[in-house]
Design a protein around this ligand. Structure first.
Ligand SMILES: [Zn+2]
Length: 148
């Protein structure tokens, strides 16, 4: 189990995906409804949506169950750590972690905690440096810092 610290990014457009990592299409629809309508038309006209598949997998091409896929705006920096490390890092910035480890703080609050914390070891210092980058991005974009 791991915990990722990040700033939640808004959806900038909708495309389709079969679920494979390389399976996101080049479509860009402004709304989920437009993407969904297109997908339904495709399914009706071609008896399936496999023709939209771009992953190269024969199964996807033949049986493609394409789904709408949210394209996120630049989400900025993120940091993934083990649950064990997340507990330690959160403690270093004065937050108590309970299972499941997740939470959210306004960027200003999070930044203040990172700036005033004192790392107890090199690894924590590295993590705090990365958290500062995330907090700076959150401040710039007016988003909170989230961990989950
Ligand atoms: Zn696929």
């Amino acid at each position: 189990m791991s915990v990722t610290f990040f700033t939640p990014a808004p959806v900038s457009a909708w495309a389709f995906s079969c679920g494979h990592e390389n399976g996101v299409t080049a479509h860009r629809f402004a709304t989920w409804q437009e993407a969904s309508d297109f997908l339904n038309d495709q399914a009706r006209d071609d008896l399936g949506t496999g023709a939209l598949a771009v992953c190269g997998d024969d199964y996807c091409f033949a049986f493609g169950r394409m789904m709408t896929h949210a394209i996120l705006e630049n989400g900025g920096p993120s940091m993934q750590v083990s649950n064990h490390n997340a507990v330690r890092i959160l403690a270093a910035i004065g937050l108590t972690a309970r299972e499941p480890i997740c939470g959210e703080r306004e960027a200003e609050n999070f930044m203040a905690r990172v700036i005033t914390s004192t790392p107890t070891d090199v690894h924590t210092a590295d993590c705090l440096h990365k958290l500062r980058e995330i907090a700076e991005f959150a401040l710039e974009t007016g988003r909170p810092v989230v961990w989950a």
